[in-house]
Design a protein around this ligand. Structure first.
Ligand SMILES: [Zn+2]
Length: 475
């Protein structure tokens, strides 16, 4: 048996989410009539189905002297009587679980209206647990609604769903909704501690925290990961790597570029990382049908393919980041680092860091006006793009280093880019766009080559890298 099943909560007091636990305790302890229709809503792995079964047991438990709850009332299931046991085993005749996502589920709902009039066989109430309730077809939802409008006295419905907003409002409004909020890292750690302790296994709290974070709000995933760690002899680092694609995909351009650089430093398998990113986006795409994700997925697929042959393994991923992430201008620091990663052996990075930090001083020369143009740089790029796509691509590989309201100095990293942008055709476009965005004409574009590269003769990029960069830009 998997640890998740082994340590599935069996009583109200064992429910992992504090708010859910307290809500159910309160309702059960009040002694009032319980609702005939419940809606358990919340993301996957938060314990909705487990809670539904516990509720079914609590309602139907046969034992006279039932388990005393934390609130004092005798509302906990005993987990020993026939009814409790059969629910735990999933064999209870009067607790019916329907998976609304399956074809069978649709048939079952259709039949439900006829069957629902029948009295329970052994238990006090017939409990219908409907999983993935948002997947009900209109027809099935209507059938269910008719039943909910006049529920037979001996029936209880528990609808579980990850997407309550997709349920018809008419159905939703007839249910007592219990929200299963995503657990905090602390709540997951608490659960992991319980499981690890019961298994006689010691994991450091920092390790549990890492597992909890990687589980992204799912108790189920967290326990699966813990199980993997236990099987692997306790090495958390081996099972969980710190490369969370979800976090990465939400980063701004500059942070993402730095992150990619860090991955390379750490020796992480970049193609494996891209695979994880694609998987996450695919999940999201199937869930939301958000077409804007398709560009990103295709971009990643392209990067994945190119990484096989790229001279600089991370370059395709970096290009993907620049093309797809938000953030406009890449701050000088990230860009300096990126430049290092792009063209130079690692041994030189240290030396270059010192070098580029001196050139950073130039950034302040233009003061406020430069800051303004930097903060509006994304707008400038957006203006240039419809005018000329390749000029926009060229601009991506430059950064503004000085601006006094008239003269704008852009730094290029390659002579080739500098020359292109200095041509009349490109210059006019950039000057016009900057003028429009900054609210004034008469802009004069001046290009300069990255200082550090000039000073360090050996730092010239190899020809094949230049060709590659050009190909990427003018593809
Ligand atoms: Zn019982």
């Amino acid at each position: 048996m998997t640890l998740y099943l082994k340590y599935r909560p069996q009583k109200i007091s064992e429910l992992d989410l504090k708010l859910v636990r307290e809500r159910l305790e309160k309702m059960l302890d009040s002694g009032k009539d319980l609702p005939h229709a419940w809606l358990f809503s919340g993301s996957r792995g938060t314990g909705k189905t487990s809670a539904a079964r516990i509720l079914a047991k609590a309602i139907n438990c046969k034992r006279d002297k039932r388990g005393k709850g934390d609130k004092g009332g005798n509302y906990e299931p005993c987990n020993e009587c026939e009814t409790c046991k059969s629910v735990t085993e999933g064999s209870a005749a009067d607790v019916i679980e329907i998976d609304a996502a399956s074809n069978r589920g649709i048939d079952e709902i259709r039949e439900l209206r006829e069957r629902v009039g029948l009295a329970p066989m052994q238990a006090k109430f017939k409990v219908y647990i409907i999983d993935e309730a948002h997947m009900l077809t209109n027809e099935a939802a209507n059938a269910l609604l008719k039943t909910l409008e006049e529920p037979p006295a001996h029936s209880i419905f528990i609808l579980c769903t990850t997407e309550a907003e997709k349920l018809p409002e008419t159905v939703r409004s007839r249910c007592a909704e219990v929200k299963f909020a995503k657990p905090s890292v602390e709540e997951i750690v608490e659960k992991l501690e319980k499981v690890a302790k019961a298994e006689g296994f010691k994991v450091q709290e920092s390790g549990l925290k890492e597992i909890a974070k990687a589980a992204r709000g799912s108790f189920r995933d967290a326990i699966k990961l813990l199980e993997q760690v236990i099987l692997d002899g306790g090495d958390v680092g081996k099972v969980i790597d710190s490369t969370d694609p979800v976090e990465f995909l939400e980063m701004s351009t500059d942070i993402a570029l730095k992150f990619v650089g860090d991955l390379v430093e750490k020796g992480v398998n970049l193609r494996g990382f891209v695979e994880k990113c694609v998987e996450v986006l695919r999940e999201k795409l199937l869930e939301t049908r958000d077409v804007s994700l398709i560009t990103k997925i295709e971009g990643l697929e392209r990067a994945y393919e190119r990484m096989k042959t790229s001279a600089v393994v991370q370059l395709p991923l970096e290009i993907f980041v620049i093309e797809n992430f938000n953030g406009g201008v890449i701050p000088t620091e990230a860009k300096a680092e990126r430049r290092d990663l792009l063209s130079e052996p690692k041994a030189k990075v240290k030396e270059k860091e010192r070098d580029s930090s001196t050139s950073l001083g130039m950034t302040n020369r233009g003061g406020d006006k430069l800051d303004q143009v930097i903060s509006h740089w994304a707008e400038v790029m957006a203006k240039v793009k419809p005018m000329n796509h390749s000029v926009e691509a060229l601009l991506r590989s430059t950064r503004p280093v000085d601006f006094d309201g008239r003269d704008l100095v852009l730094e290029a990293f390659y002579e080739f880019h500098k020359k292109q942008l200095e041509s009349e055709r490109c210059r006019v476009i950039v000057e016009q766009a900057v003028g429009e965005v900054m609210g004034g004409g008469g802009i004069v574009l001046k290009m300069q080559l990255s200082g550090s590269r000039l000073r360090q003769g050996s730092g010239e990029p190899k020809d094949d890298e230049l060709v590659k960069a050009a190909e990427e830009i003018f593809r």
